[in-house]
Design a protein around this ligand. Sequence first.
Ligand code: HEC
Length: 132
Amino acid sequence: MKKMVVLGCALGMFLSTAVFASPESGALLQKYQAAGAGKADPEKGKLDWTRVVVVDGEKMSCATCHTSDFSKDGKHHVTGKAIGPMSARVNQERYTSMKKMEKWFKRNCMDTWGRECTAQEKTDFLIFMLTQ
Ligand code: HEC
């Protein structure tokens, strides 16, 4: 229990430096901690963002639809539909709904890696994304 409290404080400290974190993204990170995630590693999140995995014969990464430029629109690789910028700096709607983040983490991890992401992977992604 003591360990959890210490972890919670460490996370709080980290988040206070991530200017664009929302209460909802903070709550989601806490949920991942409770599910067993350790310290957030934004560098790992950054590497995972462009990591290419072949799913159903297709090369996929998060950047396939979202690109690696968080300030620009992305595009769904099949439907061609525009996806708004992922940076909370330019797109204030980003990371403001826990329900939305969870829904898309689930769907996008399946599409990109052929499996759900772990609590640790989602923690690393989210910390990386929040600081872009
Ligand atoms: C097949 C295209 C595609 C791929 C690949 C993809 N995404 Fe997405 N993602 C979307 C779409 C479409 C949305 C919902 C539309 C929107 O939010 O603008 C979305 C939304 C999200 C959101 C919700 C953001 C918010 O506003 O709360 C997160 C988080 C996310 N994606 C993370 C990822 C991560 C991490 C990966 C790689 C593991 C990934 N995405 C790969 C298409 C994709």
